[in-house]
Design a protein around this ligand. Structure first.
Ligand code: 4IA
Length: 399
């Protein structure tokens, strides 16, 4: 039966307003309940926040394309702030060629080789934090661990690695509007952005690392040397601030739901499920845009060609139409099907890296820590894309 398309319900919500960014989950029910597709006049975009429609849009990559940018800017009409990513901001066939190459580099086998070293590093880090009173888990654990393992995995030079986080902060802010957040962080990170650009060059990478392996794929004709440089940049953009905040969110979840930590201590076999649940519940990557490559009707709403559509991944992950008691962090629920890593052809390339980092941290904490105690409320670091944790004061009570 043919349906008569209607226009979307307009909602007076600005998803990049500082008050929204400080607590996005508070606004998600209104976004989900207003309709399967809503119109946000504040940014002149359509939006979807229900699990079914977000997942369907991510799956339909020929209608909801990435090549015109996955931020607010439409690359068809606006200059991107940096040369577009050959993965994130590309459509097939280019995307599939680069993705195949990168999948071979970022393989599970390669990760299994490094896991014992990662575990030893996580164990030593947790030992050093144990029983020494309250500390901020953001720098001491959530930043320290990824920075102890990821730059070595890629094969980055030692000097200047602290640039990785300020650079990523800009990159994730740049998916939003050109607001004060972007301007401030961009100014603060000018040197960091230059360091990252330089670090992607072949002569800066150590042999054996994932960065050099991308250049070796270029030597075999799988991509050009210039493409290799930009693909290495993808590792550095996507791989740090995401896992830092993913780990911070995991710690935050257990500090907020102490019974769940006791449950995991009693049933350590639930570790992998607990990590998946933290990805569903946490919402580290809140949103991404797509652009419509044709006119399309979704749930009775007509979306024209060339429209930006904001997909609320974190709202989809707490949609009560999909999950029971969605705001509850429940380590024993089936969280698979969450869209925290996206869905479809663009689904996170580094998801196994992220899971392995989280696993090393959890496995280090499990035998050592009886309680992850919040000693003051966590604070947020506002970002146009990430639900980032600014400070996370905790105390690890020894087992
Ligand atoms: C890239 C979605 C996010 C984690 C991401 C950011 C940047 C890139 C890829 C993914 O530069 O390719």
């Amino acid at each position: 039966m043919a349906t008569i398309a209607e226009s979307a319900v307009a909602l007076d919500i600005d998803p990049f307003d500082p008050a929204f960014l400080a607590d996005p989950f508070a606004a998600h029910p209104a976004l989900r309940d207003a309709g399967a597709v809503v119109w946000l006049p504040a940014i002149g975009c359509f939006a979807m926040a229900r699990h079914a429609e977000v997942q369907a849009a991510l799956k339909d990559h020929t209608t909801f394309v990435s090549g015109r940018g996955v931020g607010l800017a439409d690359f068809a009409t606006e200059e991107p702030w940096r040369p577009p990513s050959l993965l994130l901001e590309a459509d097939p066939p280019l995307h599939d060629r680069t993705r195949t190459l990168m999948n071979r580099v970022a393989s599970l086998g390669a990760l299994r080789k490094v896991m014992p070293q990662w575990q030893a590093k996580a164990d030593a880090l947790v030992d050093s934090l144990l029983g020494s009173g309250p500390f901020d888990a953001v720098p001491a654990l959530a930043e320290a661990f990824p920075l102890a393992v990821f730059p070595d995995l890629i094969g980055l030079r030692e000097q200047g690695r602290e640039a990785l986080i300020p650079y990523a902060t800009v990159a994730f802010n740049a998916f939003g509007p050109r607001n004060a957040l972007l301007a401030e962080t961009m100014e603060a990170a000018a040197g960091a952005t230059a360091w990252v650009a330089q670090s992607c060059k072949r002569e800066m990478l150590t042999p054996g690392g994932w960065g050099m392996q991308v250049y070796e794929a270029a030597d075999r004709g799988e991509c050009t040397q210039d493409e290799a440089e930009r693909l290495v940049r993808s590792f550095l953009t996507a791989g740090v601030d995401t896992t830092v905040n993913g780990i911070a969110t995991l710690i935050h979840a257990f500090a907020q739901f102490p019974d769940e930590w006791q449950r995991l201590r009693a049933q350590p076999g639930l570790a992998k499920k607990a990590i998946e649940e933290s990805l569903r519940w946490g919402g580290t990557v809140q949103t991404f845009f797509r652009t419509t490559a044709r006119e399309v009707e979704v749930a009775g709403v007509q979306i024209p060609e060339g429209a930006k559509v904001l997909l609320f991944l974190a709202a989809a992950n707490r949609d009560p139409r999909k999950w029971q008691e969605p705001d509850r962090f429940d380590i024993d629920r089936t969280a698979s099907g969450h869209v925290g890593f996206g869905f479809g052809i663009h689904q996170c390339l580094g998801q196994m890296v992220a899971r392995m980092e989280a696993e090393a941290v959890v496995q280090a904490l499990l035998p050592r820590v009886a309680e992850i105690r919040a000693t003051a409320p966590a604070t947020r670091r506002l970002n146009n894309t990430l639900h980032a944790i600014g400070t996370l004061p905790v105390e690890l009570i020894p087992a």
